[in-house]
Design a protein around this ligand. Structure first.
Ligand code: SAM
Length: 214
């Protein structure tokens, strides 16, 4: 096996059952996203990223996995609306010998551009709007109408945030209408590729990759 092009699943045994009452447990979607990043490692390396940012990092396994694969000399940032998730993200980095800086904020507020690799596994479940942002665990899954209420707030900010060579990875559910999401970002000059899709139980999940049109 070519270890250069594989991503190790990070250790996360420091996360306690009590933590999991407040933060998102690494799940199928987290691992699908790590698999998608692994599939795209050559492309990511080719842009020589200086800043990688994961929005809504939860346990931190995804940004830590990327940091482990790419190594130092890059700034790894994470944000989460949940302070405990930020703390655990930093711990996950430490437990895997990488440095991840977690910021407790809404989406990308306070983050300086340019970002070269932007990652988001958003709360994507279709729920009543009132459930969005109701508490720590609702933050992890409740996506409101079409499951899009949180991710839709990020889209208008992607173009100003990403560097010219930047790439954006997004997890979506079929119910989120990926084609419509692609059209929204096309208005900002991005083209969309479906990198990976997986059906787990009732969920059909995909990881989309957006890059600027040349
Ligand atoms: C589906 S979980 C993904 C967690 C982790 N990235 C993973 O893949 O395992 C969504 C994460 O987004 C965070 N989140 C929800 N709304 C947010 C917002 N407005 N700004 C920042 N983070 C948010 C949640 O707290 C949660 O950690």
């Amino acid at each position: 096996m070519d270890h250069h092009n594989t991503i190790k699943t990070p250790h996360f045994s420091h996360i306690t059952p009590e933590d999991l009452d407040h933060i998102y447990e690494p799940s199928e979607d987290s691992f699908l996203l790590i698999d998608a990043l692994e599939k795209d490692l050559d492309l990511i390396r080719a842009i020589c990223p200086a800043v990688c940012l994961e929005v809504g990092s939860g346990s931190g396994v995804v940004i830590t996995a990327l940091a482990t694969a790419l190594g130092p000399r890059c700034c790894y940032l994470a944000t989460d609306i949940n302070l405990r998730a930020c703390r655990i993200t930093q711990e996950t980095g430490q437990a895997n010998d990488v440095s991840v800086n977690a910021i407790n904020t809404d989406l990308v507020d306070g983050v300086r551009s340019p970002v070269d690799v932007l990652i988001f596994n958003p709360p994507y479940v279709v729920t009543p709007s009132e459930e969005v942002g109701r508490g720590d665990l609702e933050h992890t899954w409740a996506g409101g109408e079409l499951g899009r209420e949180v991710m839709d707030r990020l889209f208008p900010r992607v173009s100003e945030l990403l560097s010219s060579k930047g790439v954006f990875y997004l997890v979506v559910l079929k119910e989120n209408r990926p084609q419509e999401v692609a059209e929204l970002l096309a208005l900002q000059g991005f083209s969309c590729t479906t990198l990976l899709s997986r059906t787990t139980g009732p969920e059909k999940l995909s990881v989309l990759r957006f890059t600027r049109n040349r």
